[in-house]
Design a protein around this ligand. Structure first.
Ligand SMILES: [Zn+2]
Length: 285
């Protein structure tokens, strides 16, 4: 059986900063790995010290979108995956004025967006589909919207009555949501407080509150060990120079601590329905 995996994620960098280790691992093991990125990432702020070509003549929204697409292409090629950019306009974080733009991903027509993902699913016919969870990890509206779109597309792709002109129906075997344990987040918060940092105001815009992040470990069904691919993930993340190249608020931790704390990706297995406490270490087992 040819194994095929599709990840549907919100922004250029989520495929690397988020699940890059898992994607690199499966690609290296011979799985046909596909990455669909919903938005152009152009509402993201540019990292401190970044001197790439996001402004000037080519500037503003379109300039940053073009830069981020190039970064994304390089990162996905390092992960050994195939890229499908959906190129919706990036929405911002909660209360960002970018969220009011009529073309923002979160405001686009749900039927049309789900239809595009259904078309892709029916074309590449993955056994495994994964996306963000219902909290979006940190409540980013684009992440939450991916969860809605991908969950709808997972079911619609299998239903011959839906999108009859979008290809042969296809039932993916598994649907996963990326998520992480609140216990892991508590460790990070403890380390941050020791360094005198405030875990309620993190990220480029200081608008992310770590105390609201993470779920009970009993809901995390799938634990993928990607430590052998740690450096591949770092290399893919580094391609996103306009976004700081990865690591973010944990960059100050020694590398061995980071690898130990973050060398596993965790997922909720949404389909087939899975009881709390169930554990697996592979999407295909
Ligand atoms: Zn994102």
């Amino acid at each position: 059986m040819n194994k095929t995996l599709l990840a549907f994620l919100a922004h250029p960098d989520d495929e690397s900063f988020g699940s890059g280790g898992t994607l690199a691992k499966y690609a290296d093991e011979g799985v046909d790995v596909h990455v669909a990125i919903a938005t152009d990432g152009a509402a993201g702020s540019v990292a401190d010290g970044y001197e790439g070509g996001a402004d000037g003549d080519n500037g503003g929204h379109d300039g940053l979108a073009a830069v981020r697409l190039e970064e994304l292409k390089t990162a996905v090629s390092i992960l050994n995956a195939t890229l499908h950019p959906f190129n919706y306009r990036d929405s911002g974080y909660i209360d960002d004025p970018a969220n009011d733009h009529p073309d923002a991903f979160i405001n686009t027509d749900m039927d049309e967006t789900v239809g595009r993902l259904v078309t892709l699913i029916r074309k590449i016919r993955p056994q495994v589909l994964f996306t963000h969870d219902e909290t979006g990890g940190y409540y980013h509206p684009d992440h939450i919207h991916c969860w809605k779109v991908a969950t709808a597309a997972f079911h619609a792709a299998a239903d011959p009555a839906r999108y009859p002109n979008a290809g042969e129906p296809h039932q993916c075997d598994r649907l996963y949501y990326t998520a992480f344990a609140d216990t892991r987040v508590k460790w990070i918060m403890r380390l941050m407080r020791l360094r005198g940092k405030d875990p309620t105001k993190i990220g480029q815009n200081k608008d992310i509150d770590l105390t609201r992040i993470g779920i009970s470990p009993s809901h995390l069904h799938t634990h993928i060990d990607y430590r052998p691919y740690w450096n591949v993930k770092l290399a893919a993340s580094a391609c996103h120079a306009s976004q700081g190249g990865g690591g973010g608020f944990t960059k100050w931790l020694p590398m061995w601590v980071q690898k130990r704390l973050f060398g596993h990706d965790t997922f909720i297995r949404a389909f087939p329905p899975t009881p709390d406490g169930f554990r697996e270490t592979d999407f295909w087992k």
